[in-house]
Design a protein around this ligand. Sequence first.
Ligand SMILES: Cc1ncc(COP(=O)(O)O)c(C=O)c1O
Length: 399
Amino acid sequence: MDICKDFPFINQTIDGKPLVYLDSAATTQKPQVVIDSLSEYYSVYNANIHRGIYQIAEKATSEFEAVRDRVTSFINANNRAEIIFTKGTTESINLVAYSWGRKFIKPGDEILITEMEHHSNNVPWQLVAQATSAILNYIPVNDDGELVNPLSYINEKTKLVAVIHQSNVLGTVNPVEEIISRAHEVGAIVLVDGAQSTPHLPIDVLDMDCDFFAFSGHKMMGPTGVGVLYGKKEILDEMNPFLGGGEMIKEVSMEAVSFNELPWKFEAGTPNIAQVIGLGSAIDYINEIGLNVIHEQGELLTEYALEKMSDISGISIYGNPQDRGPVVSFNIAEVHPHDLAQLLDQQHICIRVGHHCAQPLMTKFGITSSARASFYVYNTIEEIDVLIQGIEKAVSILK
Ligand SMILES: Cc1ncc(COP(=O)(O)O)c(C=O)c1O
């Protein structure tokens, strides 16, 4: 299957040279079908949803709501009412922190996260802990980039566990099922940050039995500005709304307000209609390729990259987890990662450098930043060879 032809971005050249994009953990490129679906919405049936009664407005509403059904089956949720559209993983987690955390977490309760969380699954919980006088605990990470005895940190005081499914820095895929099962034994609820896993792994929220699952459209070939929060209906029902405004109400008087039913209770205002429709196209595209193909390509590229990169003199590769996604973070002795990225950029190779929104994890590894190459289904072995040559060339200039 020639997947690359579907991606105009991937096919472009700069000064006659191909572009090598190895930053899909930050955001993925979009296939033409996704780009076309945005353009079609704006060109043919752009109207607000859930209000107009003319045919075009009804078409916009039905296309938007049809994506909710596609997301429901994509992650195997029980009920379309459990799928809330947000603007991304960050907003999904903040919704839970605000509407569930501030209502149900009490002084002295424990919130458990891990040292490898992205800031978007760390900062909201620091804020909840401050607001409620709860205690924030961390499951530690070892040098291999794996969680150390995660179940032993869950106890009778644990009220919520928020855990990253696949690390955006180390690639580690965490044993979320075991964590969820232990958390439920003590009556805690579990939020899984699926921003990095959903693009690569089949997600079955029923089987996983998580209480909340968050992910972003733009990391799985969809547009920016759309994400999903899955939540168990009985838990969502008990929560206060996150944002107030149009759409999320049933009735408003001068003195009182009653709320809409799920999922709209959590979708105040005009949503990102085009982006939701684009996410629907991305899901169709992923289903057409097959998550098994996507996953296998990720494994192949990562194995090859790890083998070749480990031969580079002075390289430190962070983490060596047993179960990992297609992400490799590294530094080279005496080379600043920003200088490396700049020289790679001159060769039209795009990688990410910085703290990857995971400063506590950087501290754990004794660094402030690293370089990171991440791969997706449109990448090739040849591109990894280009990366290796590019790194060697850059290092020869910098050292
Ligand atoms: C693991 C993880 N969680 C959360 C996020 C935040 O996603 P977004 O910026 O789309 O809200 C990211 C983004 O890089 C991520 O990698």
